[in-house]
Design a protein around this ligand. Structure first.
Ligand SMILES: *Cc1c(COP(=O)(O)O)cnc(C)c1O
Length: 383
């Protein structure tokens, strides 16, 4: 089944599936070959050319989900990010990046780009005009991440795309936090969509992978670098990821619902100082989120009142696990100050609004009543 016109869950379940002609099994066969025939064939296949049967099948699913012509699957989110960025940047070029970026992306830019002679600037804030303010004569790429980590700020995709088009600049987005279920950036004029498939696409905290989706022309350019960098994903993991993505629509929609319920619940608790969730009408970017997102996602953040210790709170949780990563079916929490943003100075964290007591909450698919009870009992324990 190849149509992009089908509904979300049909795409998740069927697009790109491989037919088992030999035994007529219900699921895609797994082709582990690293060596394929070269005579009398249309395509010379090799895993690092990103064109084994399983890779090709899964790429079709990702492209259909992101409303693009083409896609590639990578060995990690960072393989996807680095390959996509460097495909559009040469020595002497300049890139404008959002101030609040995934830590790995920030490190890639900060630690590697000067080696390649690539200039870069970070925005101050996340609004569209903050991107325009950093544009220079040699700016070739604008790089966005929305919703952002960990404060869930929302950048106006349509507005940034319009600014970029006016200046002839290509736009890249890290769409990981939204997932293709909640946000399709190309519908708003963004050119290249990147995912850490380790998160919602995998969804079970057991796969590390990445994805990039765009036009055939852009993907050709990315492929050229991709085969030289060699960041392809093993076919066994490709096959597992295909299986995981069959349930992505229902998983993420359940996570949207739970996160919305938990955001309202936390917002109503006297022991919680602040809740950051784009689905709350009180979120400063709620209107932009409503315009460009189909669901508000499974990620939220909150601050306990100053008299409550956030690390004691995390230890007191029984069902929700303190855990580094996010987006699995199980609910997890994380302290940005202790983990993802630990290397940042306290001043820079404060400047970006990341309080020491901030807790990032990746809401899973458990019964929402059980999640509420866990929060209440943890607060009671540490009071
Ligand atoms: C995890 C993550 C990445 C990096 O993905 P890996 O699969 O860990 O390489 C990039 N962007 C965002 C927003 C992420 O959450």
């Amino acid at each position: 089944m190849n149509s992009n016109k089908k509904g979300l869950n049909t795409i998740c379940t069927h697009v790109g599936e491989l037919e088992d002609k030999q035994h007529r099994g219900a699921v895609s066969p797994l082709y582990m070959s690293t060596s394929y025939a070269y005579e009398d064939v249309d395509v010379k296949r090799y895993p690092r050319y990103f064109n084994t049967p399983n890779q090709e099948g899964l790429c079709k699913k990702v492209a259909a989900l992101e409303h693009t012509e083409s896609a590639l699957i990578f060995g990690s989110g960072m393989a996807a990010v680095s390959t996509a960025l460097l495909a559009f940047l040469n020595a002497g070029d300049h890139v404008v990046l959002q101030q609040t970026l995934y830590g790995g992306t920030y490190n890639l830019v900060n630690e590697e780009f000067s080696k390649y002679g690539i200039e870069y600037s970070f925005t101050i804030g996340w609004q569209a005009d903050a991107f325009e303010a950093q544009i220079k004569e040699n700016t070739k790429v604008i790089y966005i991440e929305t919703p952002s980590n960990p404060l869930l700020t929302i950048t106006d995709l349509e507005a940034v795309a319009a600014i970029a088009k006016k200046h002839g600049i290509i736009t890249l987005i890290d769409n990981t936090f939204a997932s293709p279920v909640n946000q399709n950036p190309v519908d708003f004029g963004i050119d290249v969509v990147i995912h850490s498939a380790t998160k919602y696409m995998g969804g079970h905290s057991d796969i590390c992978a990445g994805a990039v989706a765009s036009t055939t022309e852009n993907m050709e350019r990315i492929f050229h670098l991709a085969k030289n960098f060699g960041g392809s994903l093993s076919d066994y993991t490709v096959w597992l990821l295909e299986r995981s993505m069959k349930t992505m629509g229902i998983r993420v929609r359940a996570q949207n619902e739970n996160a919305m319920a938990m955001a309202h619940f936390l917002d109503g608790l006297a022991d919680i100082e602040k809740v950051y969730y784009p689905g709350l009408p009180t979120h400063p970017d709620h209107d932009i989120a409503k315009k460009q997102m189909k669901g508000f996602g499974g990620m939220l953040s909150f601050e306990l009142n100053a008299n409550l210790n956030s690390s004691q709170f995390q230890k007191a949780l029984q069902l929700i696990k303190p855990s580094m990563s996010l987006a699995g079916v199980e609910s997890t929490v994380l302290s940005p100050t202790q983990t993802s943003h630990a290397l940042m100075s306290a001043e820079v964290r404060a400047e970006q609004g990341i309080a020491d007591g901030l807790i990032r909450f990746s809401v899973g698919i458990e019964e929402v009543e059980d999640l509420k009870q866990d929060i209440l009992q943890a607060i009671a324990q540490i009071k």
